[in-house]
Ligand binder design. Structure first.
Ligand code: GDP
Length: 282
């Protein structure tokens, strides 16, 4: 049985076009354009192809290559002698990243609309594997930026929560995990990933509380219909990403990195841990 299974595996690996999609969201200035440009540059370095340049105004869908040394969720090799590592080197895994453009008030709704469209795709080939939500960790000390960023993330997570709830048991929706890419860790004013997580959780908790209050005021003597609209369900408990995972099954990881800066010993190493997260979704 093993040789046949291997044949099928290799055939599929060769025959399948890049079909795993990731959506890149986050406030402007976080580093989304820089990240897609870097991923493309890394990929074209591997395949000797030239890459295009992007501006923050365009929506782009780029096909990029996962470095062969990054393990995937379905293919966790353990040693350099593992045949799957050789296969990954010969036939690198590709995935696609959609960057979302836009400025000011528009960008959040554009991002959510993109999330809606991509997550509803019936085609297994274009289905959304994960969301990368990028934040500028040096900018979060500013109250307004924190509020803005947390509001956007809250809306993304609330969408994913509703989606997870609406999936019937017969037609199970596949999970869409979220990576909070804590960017700009090269800057000495940057908050470490743990502090970014705490700040975002606390701010989302505040947003949740004011939303609950708004709903209560609106439905003074009627039933509280909007109850299921509260992110993380349990409003008695303080909001945390753990609570969200436990209550609704939406998984959020906060991982530090840097697209730019001289922390990078080698080209692109500041985004390695994000690539590892992406690899685990594949
Ligand atoms: P976008 O609006 O999310 O697409 O953000 P951009 O990709 O346009 O980046 C905004 C600014 O942040 C640009 O000047 C980038 O060069 C800069 N930037 C992006 N990533 C990093 C990083 O990791 N470290 C530092 N120091 N600057 C970064």
């Amino acid at each position: 049985g093993v040789p046949i299974a291997l044949h099928i595996f290799f055939f599929q690996a060769v025959a399948s076009p890049p079909s795993s999609n990731f959506l890149l969201l986050g406030p402007s200035g976080a580093g989304k354009t820089a990240f897609t440009t870097l991923l493309e540059a890394k990929s074209s370095l591997a395949s000797n192809k030239s890459h295009s340049t992007h501006t923050s105004q365009q929506s782009t869908l780029v096909t990029v290559t996962l470095p062969p040394t990054v393990p995937t969720g379905s293919n966790r090799y353990r040693s350099v002698n593992d045949p799957s590592l050789k296969e990954a080197t010969r036939n690198p895994i590709k995935y696609r990243v959609r960057d979302t453009p836009g400025h000011g008030k528009l960008r959040a709704s554009q991002g959510i609309a993109e999330l809606q469209a991509m997550s509803q795709s019936k085609d297994i080939k274009t289905r959304l594997r994960g969301v990368v939500f990028m934040v500028d960790t040096a900018a979060l000390v500013d109250e307004a930026t924190l509020r803005d960023t947390a509001t956007y993330l809250h809306d993304v997570l609330l969408f994913l929560q509703k989606r997870a709830k609406n999936g019937s048991s017969s037609k199970r929706t596949t999970d869409i995990p979220v990576l909070v890419a804590a960017n700009k860790q090269d800057l000495f004013t940057a908050l470490p990933p743990g502090a970014v997580r705490e700040k975002l959780e606390a701010e989302i908790d505040r947003i949740r509380k004011s939303k609950t209050k708004g709903l209560l005021d609106a439905s003074a003597d009627t039933e509280l219909e909007g109850e299921e609209e509260i992110l993380g369900n349990d409003e008695q408990e303080a909001f945390s990403f753990k609570l969200l995972e436990h209550e609704v099954g939406v998984k959020v990881d906060v991982v530090g990195g840097a697209v730019k800066g001289d922390l990078q010993e080698e080209f692109g190493s500041g985004v390695r841990r994000w690539e590892e997260w992406i690899g685990m979704c594949l």
